[in-house]
Design a protein around this ligand. Structure first.
Ligand code: UD1
Length: 310
């Protein structure tokens, strides 16, 4: 069994990834500054003897170097980030710190101490507003936010370091959803916001006509991709979409929630958000070819789970 450092372990994707690694018998060191992560997400992990947690900032000088030197991981799953596109626009320097400098620290520590593998949370945001759907990995990369710029810059500086000793996998996540996703901000993932509103008995707001579609992928599939990339023998470095290849509209989602919560008033409609893209859909073939990864959770099933467990 391996030894893995998970940065951003207290976050939405990080905590599920940690749980899964522990269930498979790996030793995990979580690193999180708890800026947007929550200790409650690690309630189960903290009971496991194979789990340890360090409260520290990945972007701070010396932090990753010391942790990697001490823990001697086989791999690092780097998920710590400034996760809000909107916040990256409001505070580009903070975005630079958490989404670029932090990656530099991870790379430097990995190279200095001979870590064999890095898995990085990239994003479909690196493609920007492409109309060339479904999006393949070699599509034009024209990010439209500092967040997208930073994810792309991180990919470049990570993939530059690959060689016989270090395998890097960049996962371009599409719209991830599932339990523990934080609905706190208006710019949180739409499903987390809708889930909270229906639970509270309040109508959701749809920006636009609801016909916009996304490639929604369950966090459990994303976690499987992370664990494969971190632990599978003999994989090559590279970047791949982590998506389902299936489009779901907001009206489809509201239909599922409306049937489950018939007493909640119907959605209200508001003007489309400026800069919002109408359709986003990824091509999933490269992850299949390079990682043998195929998303397995249909959106209906993922939503049923979310409605059940919250
Ligand atoms: C997502 C990512 C973003 C990335 C982009 C790349 C999230 C949270 N954001 O943005 O990081 O840059 O993909 O393609 O995953 N909506 C409503 N009502 C609401 C909230 C949202 O109608 O209360 C609509 C939005 O206007 C949008 C859709 O739902 O049309 C999805 O929004 P959101 O979940 O924020 O994700 P993206 O905009 O796709």
């Amino acid at each position: 069994m391996g030894r893995i450092i998970v940065t951003g372990a207290a976050g939405f994707i990080g905590s599920h990834t940690t749980d899964r690694l522990l269930a498979e018998g790996h030793a995990v060191l979580g690193v999180d500054n708890f800026r947007t992560g929550h200790r409650r997400n690690l309630a189960a992990a903290l009971k496991q003897p194979l789990f340890s947690l360090v409260e520290a900032d990945v972007s701070a000088e010396g932090v990753m170097d010391a942790q990697v030197k001490d823990f001697k991981p086989d791999g690092i799953i780097h998920l710590a980030a400034l996760v809000s596109v909107q916040e990256s626009i409001q505070d580009p320097q903070l975005n630079q710190l958490y989404n670029v400098t932090a990656t530099e620290r991870v790379v430097a520590a990995a190279v200095a101490h001979g870590v064999k593998r890095i898995v990085f949370a990239s994003s479909a945001a690196i493609y920007g507003d492409t109309r060339d759907l479904p999006i393949a990995e070699d599509s034009a990369k024209k990010p439209i936010s500092p967040y997208g710029d930073a994810k792309l810059a991180s990919e470049v500086l990570l993939l530059r370091q690959t060689g016989p000793g270090l395998t890097v996998r960049c996962h371009r996540y599409f719209n991830v959803f599932g339990p523990r996703q934080d609905p706190a901000s208006p710019y949180s993932g739409v499903i987390s916001i809708f889930d909270r509103r229906y639970r509270e008995g309040k109508p959701v707001t749809i920006y636009g006509n609801g016909g916009q579609t996304r490639d929604f992928i369950s966090v459990h599939d994303v976690v499987r991709a992370n664990v494969i990339a971190a632990t599978a023998p003999r994989i090559a470095s590279g970047a791949a979409n982590i998506c389902t290849g299936k489009a779901t509209s907001l009206l489809d989602i509201v239909g599922i929630y409306g049937a489950r919560y018939p007493a909640v008033p119907p959605p209200t409609f508001a003007a489309a958000r400026p800069g919002d893209i109408v359709h986003s859909l990824g091509r999933p073939e490269r992850a299949k070819a390079e990682l043998n990864f195929i998303a397995q959770v249909p959106v209906q099933e993922g939503l049923a789970e979310l409605i059940r467990v919250g």
